[in-house]
Design a protein around this ligand. Structure first.
Ligand code: MG
Length: 396
């Protein structure tokens, strides 16, 4: 066994903003009454949520004294300077000099730093997620093994994927897009209520007719309903066999969520906004959902696995969420998903996956309805030249 002094140590954390801008904003073209403000943001009327006109992501690079490089990523969509400042001003000083193999201890130590001030979520935990993913990447590279070999016992080499979002301005266009994906071997889909202009019932019934009885079709309700409205909508949708209803009521209303679960026959999915297993426990111990959807960009690998393992103890399904990113946290999500007991499906952001592949090369593949696992050491993905050209260094 090597002495502590021979262990490699973190020497530097670099922070980058990645420009992921595309022709159209996320969820498709702006609807009537939606306008981009001077800061480059707009609000979707359907869910009162702010989005940037130009997608972007926050990436960190951790370098060790021995020259091992690890990549991590978190949300950079909104106010990315806030997360960058947390990493640069606060966290870097407590990570540099640590042994990267202590990744879980580092995560918990950083979490403890701000607990008494109430920073148990939000931008603070996003910053921790980016560091956590980068440290795990370093650990994998030190061991020269893909992360799915290190995080647990790999149970699968393919992870089923569902096509998320149908960003076309008309229902006819959305049906056509769904059919195109079905012809490519995908038979699970999710549409979002804020851009289902004719309403969830019209959207689901039309998709069901188009895609057939075997297709799985989920509905993302974006936390927009009251308890009674959610119960009514679930009853209205039932004849068209929705796969799951996502985020029916505001995230703060855990009691309401539980009552929706109790009052409907529908399968309820939540969790993309959670950061930690503490967030998960509040819902899981109340049996307030049927599916949890951890989002790697918010949780990092350490918390993603804690959330998923907690869900497993309640026999609650895990269907990982996948948001807008450069492909780094998507790769982390696939590695973590590979070691869970069961992963029914994983979100596939097809509208930005072209950019993932552009940025990370062929290491990330999602074909014929399933992701394959990146198999290089660590995350198995590295920024391509195209991604490096779109990365801007932030803060010292
Ligand atoms: Mg969602």
């Amino acid at each position: 066994m090597s002495s502590p002094d021979s262990q490699d140590r973190v020497s530097e954390i670099q922070i980058y903003l990645v420009d992921l801008s595309q022709d159209e904003p996320y969820l498709g073209a702006l609807r009537e009454g939606e306008a981009v403000n001077e800061a480059g943001y707009f609000v979707r009327k359907g869910n009162r949520t702010v989005y940037p006109r130009k997608n972007r992501s926050l990436v960190v690079k951790i370098v060790t004294r021995d020259g091992v490089t690890g990549w991590g990523e978190t949300y950079g969509l909104v106010a990315p300077l806030a997360t960058a400042a947390i990493i640069s001003d606060l966290l870097t000083g407590f990570v540099v000099g640590r042994d990267p193999n202590e990744v879980e201890a580092i995560h918990d130590d950083l979490y403890d730093l701000m607990r008494v001030r109430g920073y148990t979520g939000g931008f603070y935990l996003d910053a921790l997620a980016a560091i956590d993913i980068a440290l795990w990447d370093v650990v994998g590279k030190i061991q020269n093994l893909p992360l799915y070999e290190i995080l647990g016992s790999p149970r699968r080499s393919l992870i089923p994927a569902y096509v998320s979002g149908l960003p076309r301005p008309t229902l006819a266009g959305r049906l056509e897009l769904a059919r195109e994906w079905q012809s490519l071997g995908f038979n699970a889909f999710k549409f979002a209520l804020p851009v289902a202009d004719e309403g969830a019932l019209a959207e689901l019934s039309a998709l069901r007719l188009t895609l057939g009885d075997d297709a799985r079709i989920a509905v993302d309700l974006h936390w927009s309903l009251t308890e009674d409205a959610a119960v009514q909508l679930a009853a209205d949708l039932q004849p068209f066999d929705p796969w799951f209803l996502e985020a029916p009521v505001p995230t703060e209303e855990i009691g309401t969520l539980r009552r929706v679960v109790q009052r409907t026959a529908a399968c309820i999915a939540v969790g993309e906004e959670w950061r930690t297993h503490f967030d998960a426990r509040l819902r899981l111990e109340r049996l307030a959902c049927h599916i949890v959807q951890p989002e790697m960009g918010h949780t990092g690998i350490t918390q993603f696995l804690r959330i998923a393992r907690l869900a497993e103890t309640y026999r609650i399904s895990v269907i990982p969420h996948a948001t807008i990113g450069s492909g780094i946290f998507l790769a982390a999500s696939l590695h973590a998903g590979a070691v869970l007991t069961e992963v029914e499906s994983h979100e596939f952001q097809h509208s930005i996956f072209g950019a993932f592949r552009h940025f990370t090369g062929d290491a990330l593949r999602c074909e014929a309805g399933a992701y394959s696992l990146p198999d290089g050491p660590g995350l198995g993905v590295e920024p391509s030249d195209a991604m490096l050209a779109r990365m801007t260094r932030m803060l010292p």
